[in-house]
Design a protein around this ligand. Structure first.
Ligand SMILES: [Zn+2]
Length: 278
């Protein structure tokens, strides 16, 4: 028995035909009939489950379909290929968590956290700190969805940047009370970058091409430069005849660092084949 048959039978018990289910949920005609071939989104299944008063797991039970409660992927645990696919996604998820911190990718859990905190954050009788904390949780859910939709790509912007970009997005801003918006933008600032408000896709041009090895090289260069400056090995003459005052060393090194980064990225544009050129 497949997913379609499961839904058909559960619908029948609840007095629904598959047709009526499709109509009332606004799905395309005969789309549920094709679920065995085209696995539907979890969102769609959740809508059906809500309508039929069951859980998504109930809909999928017979078929060995499970949703990983961590990475959120729905897969058929009786199917070796699917298990492999899940394994790949799960590893990507783990790396993303390591980089971005906690992510809510299990759809039912995420929706619950989002709904609860959304209510708290818009309850103007509560103190602003509490409302802000709740809205940050909502943003965490949106951020998780964004990272997930980008297939756990590690080039996704970090949470703080994402929040600043959301605050710079008109349609997200519209839903916030003024004091809440103010409190959040005091903490995160605002930034352009998100145009549709939900998913952040990294523009190709903004992808940093600096690798971990480059990072190490830059660090090494800067350390050796700092030592040379400290021991005056480079001598005052090396810098326009002026000694660099102790306080300015960091500033100077900061500038050198920026320059080294730009150089590394530029060299890649020139010499690295296809991989960076897409
Ligand atoms: Zn998983």
């Amino acid at each position: 028995m497949g997913l379609y048959e499961n839904i058909r039978d559960i619908a029948k018990i609840n007095g629904y035909s598959v047709n009526r289910l499709e109509q009332e949920l606004g799905f395309a005609r005969s789309s549920i009939n094709k679920f065995n071939k085209n696995t539907p989104s979890v969102e769609k299944l959740q809508q059906i489950a809500n309508k039929l008063n069951v859980t998504v797991d109930d809909l999928m039970k017979e078929r060995g379909l499970t949703t990983c409660q961590e990475c959120g992927l729905m897969y058929d645990s009786s199917h070796p290929d699917d298990i492999k696919t899940h394994y790949k996604q799960h590893s990507a998820w783990l790396k993303a968590v390591e980089k971005f911190g906690e992510l809510y990718c299990y759809y039912p859990e995420r929706e619950k956290i989002k709904a609860e905190n959304r209510n708290i954050s818009h309850n103007v009788s509560l103190p602003i700190n509490k409302r802000m904390e709740a809205q940050i949780k909502v943003l965490h859910c949106l951020f998780s969805r964004s990272v997930e939709s980008n297939r756990y790509d590690l080039r996704h912007v970090p949470f703080d940047t994402y929040v600043a970009m959301m605050l710079g997005n008109k349609s997200y801003r519209k839903n916030l009370e003024d004091d809440l918006f103010q409190a959040l933008s005091n903490k995160y600032g605002t930034m352009p970058g998100i145009s549709n408000g939900t998913v952040y896709n990294i523009p190709e041009s903004k992808i940093s091409t600096i690798t971990k090895k480059d990072e190490r090289d830059i660090k090494k260069d800067l350390e050796s430069l700092r030592e040379k400056l400290a021991s005056k090995e480079l001598g005052p003459a090396a810098f326009d005849g002026e000694d660099i005052p102790e306080d300015d060393t960091d500033l100077f090194l900061g500038q050198v660092e920026l320059m080294l980064r730009r150089l590394k990225a530029k060299n890649k544009e020139k010499y690295t084949p296809d991989k960076y050129k897409k």
